[in-house]
Design a protein around this ligand. Structure first.
Ligand code: COA
Length: 166
């Protein structure tokens, strides 16, 4: 269950120092502050953060291109993992994508990252192929969820939402 103090909102430029600190603690080849600044400056992006009384618990982003919403990043602070922060970020990203008219959701994830893959499968994402050596030393699994505006997908999101408020 998500703790009561947890809130979600759009990422702003002021969040970038805390976000890049978590980014560096999370990824072997972290994005710089400049990359986040550039991302926030693009009109077709949605970047969100989760915070607990002002302390960053996680963040996530996506890029809208035509009918596709491409999830660019999801990261949750160690202390918050396994407590539905990732799910809370993803559901808000997907809601934003649907609102913006996206029909499909896609992303790349490390082939070895089964925890993240499990999270994405909950969102109806299925592996469709590999990008060889996409990361420095590892392949990426490409995952897709189609027809995210459909009634069937809306039911999936409703089930996830119920789980968040349980
Ligand atoms: C992947 C990540 C974002 C998940 O965030 P989280 O807040 O811990 O995820 P949630 O608590 O919402 O869990 C959602 C689902 O993920 C899976 N999951 C989460 N933690 C797990 C764990 N320790 N073991 C196995 N599955 C796990 C489960 O399927 C879980 O669903 P459930 O709680 O109903 O079993 C987080 O582990 C993380 O930041 N990892 C490092 C960065 C990363 O790998 N990002 C993805 C890059 S593509």
């Amino acid at each position: 269950m998500v703790r009561v103090g947890l809130t979600f909102r759009s990422m702003t430029v002021d969040d970038i120092p805390a976000v890049t600190t978590l980014e560096r603690a999370t990824y072997p080849t972290p994005w710089s502050e400049q990359v986040f600044l550039d991302e926030l400056g693009q009109a077709n992006r949605i970047y969100l953060i989760a915070e607990d009384e002002g302390v960053l618990a996680g963040y996530a982003g996506l890029m809208l291109v035509g009918e596709e919403a491409h999830v660019t990043t999801v990261a949750v602070h160690d202390a918050w993992r396994g407590r539905k922060v990732g799910t809370g970020l993803m559901i808000r990203l997907v809601d934003g994508a649907i609102h913006s008219g996206a029909l499909h959701l896609t992303l790349e994830v490390r082939a070895s990252n089964v925890i993240a893959q499990d999270l994405y499968r909950r969102f109806g994402m299925a592996p469709v192929g590999l990008r060889k050596n996409y990361y420095q030393n590892e392949d990426a699994l490409i995952m897709w969820a189609h027809d995210i505006g459909s009634a069937e997908y809306s039911e999936r999101l409703a089930t996830i939402r119920e789980g968040l408020s349980a």
